[in-house]
Write a protein that binds this ligand. Sequence first.
Ligand code: NAD
Length: 290
Amino acid sequence: MASICVVGAGRMGSALARAFLRAGYVTHVWNRTPAKGEALAALGARFVPSLHQAIAASDIVVVNVIDYAAADAHLRSASVTRALGRKLLVQLTSGSPSQARQTGEWAKGHGVGYLDGAIMATPNFIGEPSATILYSGSQHAFDENRDVFLALGGNAVHVGDDFGHASALDIALLSQLWGTLFGTLQAIAVSQAEGIELDAYARYLQPFKPTIDGAVADLVTRARDGRYRGDDQTLAAIAAHYSAFQPLLEVSRERGLNRAVPDAFDSIFKAAIAAGHLQDDFAALTRFMR
Ligand code: NAD
C-alpha cells in the first residue's frame, strides 16, 4: 500500500487526510502552521514539520492549500523538488487551467509524475461513495493509483490527458452552481418583496424543476450541434424569453431590488437582439458569451 503525504491541513486537506487514514494508508501531513496537524496526529497521521522530509517519507504527494501561489512557494524550493524525485504529485488545490498546465509542465520538466484534480464536493463528502473528484493528466498514473483516489471519493474520474481539463470542468460546473444560486437569490428577493412565503416558493419550485432541467439539456445539445435558429423544436425563442423577462426588470425597479443580475441578463439579450437574433432559439445567446 502506497504511503501518502498530504500537504495542507485546512478544512479540505484535513478531510483528505482523514479519508486516507480511514482507508488504512500511512499518512504524513504537513501544514504551514503545525497546530492544524495536531488533530490529525491524534487520528494516526504522522505530522512532519519539515515538508521535504514529509515528502521523502511518502510515495504519493497530495497538495491541498489555498491556491497555486501558496503551493508553488513550497513545492518549487530546491529541497522539496529534490524530495519529490520521480514520485506522483497530485494537485487538488483549486486553480485555473493555465495554472494546472504550468504546474504540470514544471513537474514533467523535473521528472515528477503529475495529476491535477478538481474536488467537486465539500469536506463532509470526502471519502463517501458519492464524492466526485475529477483528475487530468496521465491516464496511466491515474489507473495505477485508482485505489488511492477511490479512498477520497467513490466517483474518481479521469477526464483527459490535458492537465487543464479538470480545472476547466470545475469552472464550468461551478458556473452552473453560481448561476443557480444567484438565480435563487433573485427569486428570494422577488418573493419577499411581493409577500410570497419562501416555503411556498420552494414548494412551487419542485414541479418546475423538470422544465428547468429540460431547458438546460436542450441548450447544451443545441450549443453542441450549433442549432441556433428558431425551428420546430425550439422551446421558446429569444423573443418569448425577452418578453417574459420584462416583468423581472419591472418588479426590480418598482421594489427597488438589486438589479445587477437582471441587468447582466438584459445586456446579453440586447446584444443578441441588436444583432438580429430575436426569432432565434435561446441557444443563439451562446455566441454572445464568448
Ligand atoms: P482552508 O482555508 O480551510 O485551508 C487552506 C490551507 O491552505 C490551510 O492548510 C493553510 O495553512 C494553507 N495555506 C494558506 N496559505 C498558505 C501558504 N502561503 N503556504 C502554505 N500553506 C498555505 O481552505 P479549504 O477549504 O481547505 O480549501 C483548500 C483548497 O481546496 C482551496 O484551493 C479550495 O478552493 C479547495 N476546495 C475547497 C472546498 C471546500 O468545500 N472547502 C471544495 C473544493 C475545493
